[in-house]
Design a protein. Sequence first.
Length: 349
Amino acid sequence: MTKTPLADRIFPAAPACGRVRPAFLLMCLALFCFLPAAAFARPKQVVFIRYRIPPNHFTSVVEEFRAGMTKRGYLDGQNIEYVDVLTRSAEQDSLPDVISAIKKYKNSAAMFITCGWVSMEARRLLAGSDVPQLFVPVLESVALEMLPSLTRPPDTNLSGLYLMYPPEKILRLARLVIPALRDYAYVYDSRIPADLIFKKACEHLDEPGRHGLALHYLDLAAGVEKVLAELRSRRIGAYGGIIGAFKSRQALRQSNIPVITSFTLDIDQQSIQQYTANDTTVAGLFNPFRYCGAQAAAMTADIFDNKRTIEATVPRPAMQVAFINLKNATRLHLPVSFDALEAVDLVIK
């Protein structure tokens, strides 16, 4: 009696299948080879690190970035995943949160998106790695603390979007709006890193950059009441600030002194009137953060698509908007010339 092979006892159709199996396997192999590599790759991880700056904590940066990446074919949960780290405050006590996030995700992130001054701490921790980092956004002066140039390829793993709030532009606007102005105060909080960096930029201005104005530096760390007293005693004609001045704006408005300033807030053209209503803000500059998020998405998608390396990605300026609040100027009995109105992008009536 002929003994039936074990394979035939387990798979009775084995002889027939044997003729089909090689062709089937070849077909599977061909299909495997021609599938795109992305079909087998892990999703690219993008880590946001942002802090609690009013009013929205860089929320529009995150929203616009994700929308931009979706348009470029990066779908959340499929070929991209997001981690969103919101630190405990806008001040230096949030540094442990930044350090912890970098350490936790450094080995898995394909891109770090760092918002505001925390970018400097992240840069210190990522400088020696090959993980790309985009600052989205930071003050121009902060960007220049991290990179030697904003107009050439960085030749390193860092790039991003910078806000153009040069003190010279603020003082030029102040002089244009109030031709008789002599004394301008920069109101800052020495406990806030971004305020200190902007103060340094003010201190480095040459004489032409000051536009004939005497600059005074008033520190909110000494208390709002002391700053109010100094505003009056020094006969300040206008003042401005960054984060600390905005946080104390309701108390500072008691001075009834015109504010000509930079808003480093998440403000767009539609909401600037809301943020300057019923106070003493007469003029200033702001950069819509949504624009920054959209630009960062375009830069990141190009890097992920291998169209450009992070080392060749030149930093980009944000979209700057200059405005005058004619309503507040009228309430302060401050005449504004036609030349000043023509020099800005937006007039609030």
